[in-house]
Design a protein around this ligand. Structure first.
Ligand SMILES: Cc1cc2nc3c(=O)[nH]c(=O)nc-3n(C[C@H](O)[C@H](O)[C@H](O)COP(=O)(O)O)c2cc1C
Length: 254
């Protein structure tokens, strides 16, 4: 199933018209013993990984995450567990096994497999430190028309599924940097940069991956209602009053 999905995705363009690469790295029994693609013990027993490769460019990072998250959700739907990793894996171990062209980076590594029933101690520790599973309240993330009118009641907003699907999306360090402005048949996606964010450490902007993930969630929330969607890359001039807010793209819903 995964190979079929990957064949379908091969060369497919994202909302920003780039086509980053997703590779499937599978370890043989021998390699499993010999080589540790290290995830610092956070993920154990993994045999397969999705490797996300693109150039270090904001639009390509968004397109890569958009593509990867679609695969993640399709795996999730059939009970396969995944975890987005952009920081806590040893890039060197992966780079030895993946051919990169000039200028390409490994922006994400996603181990996949059957999830263990047992919740391990380490997960408690890690998710505790990243405040995982917790999500910001709706009125901090979603707005009507401009940033002065927070959404008080998601159910009444006309965008209940879209709101919930973005709110539940994973984001690096669980920063939840998405801010959405709901309009007539349009949803504008903005990035709220974190003040003391460590994305510089990686040499590329992790926030862009969060944006691509959210964009796929937004589309899907509309598609399940049979709505056609289209990304518009220019946005309304409402960001300037709110420091640090960057318009990423707007979804036109038909
Ligand atoms: C782009 C991205 C990169 C991530 N990188 C890491 C990572 O390097 N290590 C890790 O343990 N978790 C990583 N995560 C997982 C997040 O910490 C996790 O999704 C978030 O804390 C929310 O947790 P939940 O989805 O389980 O609710 C990453 C998530 C995303 C979206």
């Amino acid at each position: 199933m995964l190979n079929e999905i990957l064949a379908e995705k091969d060369g497919a363009e994202g909302p920003f018209s780039s086509s980053p690469r997703v590779l499937n790295l599978e370890l043989s029994d021998r390699e499993l013993d010999r080589i540790k693609i290290s995830t610092y013990g956070i993920i154990k027993g993994q045999r397969g990984f999705l490797v996300g490769v693109c150039r270090n460019d904001d639009k390509e990072l968004i397109d890569l995450a958009h593509k990867l998250e679609d695969i993640v959700l399709r795996l999730t739907a059939v009970g396969i567990g995944t975890c987005w990793l952009s920081g806590t894996f040893k890039r060197g171990d992966v780079m030895d096994r993946v051919e990169l062209s000039e200028g390409e980076i490994i922006a994400a590594l996603i181990p996949y497999g059957y999830p263990s029933e047992r919740k391990r101690l380490i997960e408690g520790l890690v998710t505790g430190s990243a405040q995982s599973h917790k999500r910001k309240p709706v009125d901090r993330l979603f707005f009507h028309g401009d940033f002065s009118r927070p959404v008080e009641d998601a159910e009444d907003s006309g965008f209940a599924d879209l709101i919930e699907s973005v709110r539940l999306a994973p984001s690096s360090m669980n920063k939840q940097p998405w801010r959405l402005v709901l309009d007539d048949g349009m949803v504008h996606l903005y990035l709220q940069r974190s003040a003391n964010y460590i994305s510089d450490r990686f040499g590329f902007d992790l926030h862009m991956l969060d944006m691509g993930i959210a964009m796929r969630h937004m589309e899907l929330a509309c598609e399940i209602h049979g709505q056609d969607v289209e990304w518009v890359l220019h946005g309304p001039d409402i960001a300037s009053a709110n420091g640090g807010m960057v318009h990423i793209a707007s979804l036109a819903i038909h």
